[in-house]
Design a protein around this ligand. Structure first.
Ligand code: ADP
Length: 307
């Protein structure tokens, strides 16, 4: 089995539930408070750990309580921690999330230590990274670092998966390094400037990315599953039918499932199918990392669906 590495963010999500949002200057009493480990990098690493992958995490936490809690969480999910640094003088990355009684939310993200994942950190961890085969990136660490690491990895002949989330416009140089890009519909529109109303638009947006140098576009499409777009192919890989409760981190679970299947030597369509299963299962319970399945669960789920 090939070895995997996630280069990305680690955030603690601080979730407050309220009846309604406060006005500016107003103080209200909330209903409940809870903390959940999150951040797209951490989510993808934990999903991989649950599946039983050999996964190295490259990222930073602050020297605070959240950092300590996050390290325990990574350890519990069997993630290789040699590339996780506790940075002095900065907080851990956090997201303060207020959810009201209608399910609407307000979110403030402070990147904290994630903002300190720089070129020097990649250089320092290069001996560890060099021993890995498949790399997952997202966009919650500095883009300069993402590009720097990708260019080094590309030269070393590694496989690179980019989840272009949160949605933003990217410099062209990024695309030249990417083997698999996995946008959802919003991210696809932001990246390409093409409004997606139907599959023809999706195909056009996919080809826009291919022309920029991406090898394979895997467009995530919620309950519809995903589409593979290459220079010659356009293939719909249908999603699994589930009763979705909370789609938080479905995209992260999908990416982890995809990387895991590739690492096992599966073909691309088969890997997308496996990713659809991991993504679908992750929507069937509340929370981000709490709903991520083990390999046994995924295999049982796929087995059931085929009956
Ligand atoms: P993101 O979470 O990045 O917005 P999607 O909503 O497209 O991305 O979800 C990612 C993947 O998770 C989908 O491609 C699909 O495989 C799976 N998925 C998401 N929502 C559902 C759902 N309601 N039913 C089944 N599968 C889902």
């Amino acid at each position: 089995m090939k070895k995997i590495c996630v280069v990305g963010s680690l955030n603690m999500d601080l979730v407050v539930t309220v009846d309604r949002f406060p006005q500016p200057g107003e103080t209200i009493t909330g209903r409940e408070f809870a903390t959940y480990p999150g951040g797209k990098g951490g989510n993808q690493a934990v999903a991989l750990g649950r599946l039983g992958a050999d996964v190295l995490m490259i990222g930073k936490l602050g020297n605070d309580l959240f950092g300590e809690q996050y390290l325990v969480n990574l350890k519990e999910n069997s993630i290789v921690l040699d590339g996780v640094k506790v940075e002095e003088g900065v907080s851990s990355g956090i997201a303060v999330i207020e959810v009201d009684s209608t399910g609407e939310n307000h979110i403030v993200i402070v990147p904290g230590a994630n903002g300190k994942v720089d070129r020097a950190f990649i250089e320092g961890n290069w001996p560890l990274m060099e021993q890995r085969d498949i790399f997952l990136f997202q966009l919650e660490i500095p883009i300069d670092t993402v590009l720097y690491a990708m260019e080094k990895l590309k030269k070393a002949g590694k496989t690179i998966i980019l989840d272009p989330a949160p949605a933003r416009i990217l410099p062209d140089e990024i695309f030249l390094n990417v083997d698999y890009i996995t946008p959802n519909e919003t991210e696809m529109e932001t990246l390409t400037g093409i409004r997606i109303k139907d599959v023809d638009d999706l195909k056009e947006a996919g080809h826009w990315l291919i022309k920029k140098g991406v090898k394979n576009v895997i467009a995530k499409a919620g309950k519809k599953g995903a589409y593979l777009i290459t220079s010659d192919d356009f293939v719909h890989v249908p999603g699994f039918s589930v009763k979705a409760v909370d789609t938080t981190a479905a995209g992260d679970s999908f990416n982890a499932g995809f990387a895991f299947a590739l690492a096992q030597g599966k073909e691309i369509i088969e890997s997308i199918r496996f990713a659809n299963a991991v993504g679908a299962i992750s929507t069937t319970a509340k929370g981000a990392q709490s709903a991520m399945p083990s390999l046994k669960q995924v295999e049982a789920f796929i087995g059931q669906q085929m009956r």
